[in-house]
Design a protein around this ligand. Structure first.
Ligand code: CUA
Length: 321
């Protein structure tokens, strides 16, 4: 696995504007509920101790009291006020998280859920990539949020990067939206949060937040045409002759499939198989030989290639910088 333990995602460490809004609201709700708990549990404990059965009890019923306007008013008005405050702060957060209009300079990305990987399309930049979402970092005077348009080609998934925003379902034949705005550079981990089949647990997400200049460099690298390396010509010819091209795209070649991840700049990604393995030549080789071994149930078939053919294909794939 390539999950870095130090980066286990936590909702208690928000680094994005909407995540911070949700965190603040959660803490307020927790504080109010904790205060109610302490008051109720404290009174209960006091009554249990103060009015316990004593040795000198005469066994008679205590005086019965019926009706008290001040007390009844208090236990009606106080909860009403609390619920009203909760309603106001929750509505405020909902509006801030879900209805915020995209400011100028917003990056738009279409996220497409597949069994079991994520496709990322940057329609304004002409970039298509998978599983690793690159976005710029924003500052107070220089906001650069990313608005996500969530779609699914098969079943219901859920897009969740705990440090950047709450989870949003990704539903076939429906478009949901959400936005993120990382305020410091870094790698933020997430995962599909809705059971979507055998490999739901291996439908991982990586968001890489870059300083603006670094993000521009990444954009330029992704917009460049696929590398052509004469040394890998035989592997490329083999790849282009196989069914690989029905599912995968490599820009500028006959490979134009859309069922699997775009491989044009495969080697710029840190992981393969939606985060199941580091993107190393050895893992690529194991993956091409038998994807099912790394990710049981994966929809990519083993192509039944000879060892020499696998070497050729992997040699070609590793040139796709
Ligand atoms: Cu996709 Cu769970």
């Amino acid at each position: 696995m390539v999950l870095e333990p130090a980066q286990i995602a936590s909702i208690f460490d928000p680094v994005s504007t909407p995540a911070a809004e949700i965190y603040t609201l959660s803490m307020l709700l927790l504080a109010i509920c904790a205060a109610i708990f302490v008051a109720v549990a404290g009174l209960t404990a006091y009554c249990v101790v103060a009015f316990r059965r004593r040795a000198d009890d005469d066994g008679r019923e205590p005086p019965q009291i019926y009706g008290s306007n001040p007390i009844e008013l208090a236990w009606t008005v106080l909860p009403l006020l609390i619920v009203f405050v909760l309603f106001l702060v929750t509505t405020r957060t909902l509006l801030a998280v879900q209805k915020a209009p995209p400011p100028p300079g917003t990056l738009h990305v279409t996220v497409i859920g597949h069994q079991w990987w994520w496709e990322f399309r940057y329609p304004d930049l002409g970039i298509v990539t998978a599983n690793e979402l690159h976005v710029p970092v924003g500052r107070a005077g220089d906001r650069r949020p990313t608005y996500l348009r969530l779609e699914s080609v098969d079943v219901v998934h859920s897009f969740w990067i705990p440090q950047l925003n709450g989870k949003t379902d990704v539903i076939p034949n429906r478009v949901n939206t959400m936005w993120i705005e990382p305020l410091r550079p870094g790698l933020f981990l997430g995962q599909c949060a809705e059971y979507c089949g055998t490999q739901h647990a291996h439908m991982l997400l990586r968001v890489i937040a870059h300083e603006p200049a670094e993000f521009d460099a990444w954009v330029a690298s992704q917009r460049a045409p696929a590398a052509v390396d004469a040394a890998a010509a035989s592997g490329r010819a083999l790849f282009d002759s196989l069914a690989c091209i029905n599912c995968h795209r490599v820009g500028g070649t006959v490979a134009d499939g859309a069922f699997g991840p775009d491989l044009t700049h495969l080697m710029t990604r840190a992981t393969i198989g939606a985060g199941v393995a580091a993107n190393t030549p050895a893992n690529l080789r194991a993956w091409v030989a038998n994807p099912d071994q790394l990710k049981p149930g994966v929809l990519m078939p083993a192509m039944k290639l000879s060892a020499a053919e696998i070497d050729q294909v992997v040699a070609y794939l590793t040139t796709l910088q």
